[in-house]
Unconditional design. Structure first.
Length: 216
């Protein structure tokens, strides 16, 4: 049974990172329609919100892989505009409804798209990857971030939240793939903040921006 479960997890992860957009969309629509992610619909007080509030400066947020709209409805309303992008229309329907219920329908908007090919319509103070970075193939992490860098305003930042720890302690060894992703971010970009939190799963939040180009 363990081998079967591991095989299914591997297949799921492979599909969500490398599968064609239409299959990924069908997969996520099914999971959100069946309320598989209902346990994660309430994340009030999450560690990522403090970082977002610090850097948004009454500006604009692009949320890549926004899911059912937690960030759009739980973050303090100190931002100007919020655009959430997700491949699942079922997830976006929930996000839109939640935004209406909390009176943020004029601040929040949503678009359906595969963020590996999605082209944002503007520039933002903050571009957020909240767990969604897992679904970027490792070999495309830098190129994906480089492409979205064009949509950061001057001084804008990426905020990435992911679970890298392999254990229950803060100093537990990192899992290979998220550790490799963090290494790319730390090596290829200018890191402003990085912290592992003492919360369930010990999430890591890293804040960074493109390296400054030398002028001659």
């Amino acid at each position: 049974m363990y081998i079967v479960d591991r095989s299914l997890q591997f297949f799921r992860g492979f599909l969500l990172s490398y599968g064609p957009s239409n299959l990924k969309k069908r997969f996520w629509d099914k999971e959100y329609s069946e309320e598989k992610w209902s346990f994660a619909y309430d994340t009030v007080g999450d560690c990522v919100y403090g970082h977002l509030e610090k850097h948004v400066a009454n500006g604009n947020i692009l949320d890549i892989g926004c899911g059912s709209g937690n960030t759009a409805t739980e973050l303090a309303p100190i931002y100007k505009t919020y655009l959430g992008v997700d491949i699942s229309e079922a997830a976006l329907a929930k996000a839109k409804k939640r935004s209406e219920e909390c009176g943020r329908q004029t601040k929040n908007s949503f678009e359906c798209g595969d963020f590996l090919t999605y082209v944002p319509p503007g520039k933002y103070e903050v571009i957020l990857f909240r767990e969604s970075m897992y679904h970027v193939p490792l070999g495309k992490v830098k190129s994906t971030l480089d492409r979205f860098s064009a949509n950061l305003k001057d001084g804008g930042v990426f905020v990435v939240r992911l679970f890298a720890s392999s254990g229950n302690s803060l100093d537990a060894k990192d899992k290979h793939r998220p550790a490799a992703m963090l290494n790319i971010m730390e090596t290829e970009f200018d890191v402003l903040e990085k912290r592992r939190y003492e919360e369930p799963g010990h999430p890591t939040v890293i804040v960074f921006r493109p390296k400054a180009r030398l002028r001659y």
